[in-house]
Design a binder for this molecule. Structure first.
Ligand SMILES: [Zn+2]
Length: 40
């Protein structure tokens, strides 16, 4: 797991959710369960 992967998932998640609300982060968490420890 690296930062590039996080950025890609982040952008893909924005295709479905055009915001940073809970539903967006749940989507990110589905693909990267440990995204919170990346501290971006
Ligand atoms: Zn974003």
């Amino acid at each position: 797991m690296d930062v590039i992967e996080y950025v890609v998932v982040h952008e893909l998640a924005h295709i479905k959710e055009h915001n940073h609300e809970n539903t967006f982060w749940e989507l990110v968490e589905k693909y990267i369960p440990n995204y919170k420890i990346l501290e971006l």
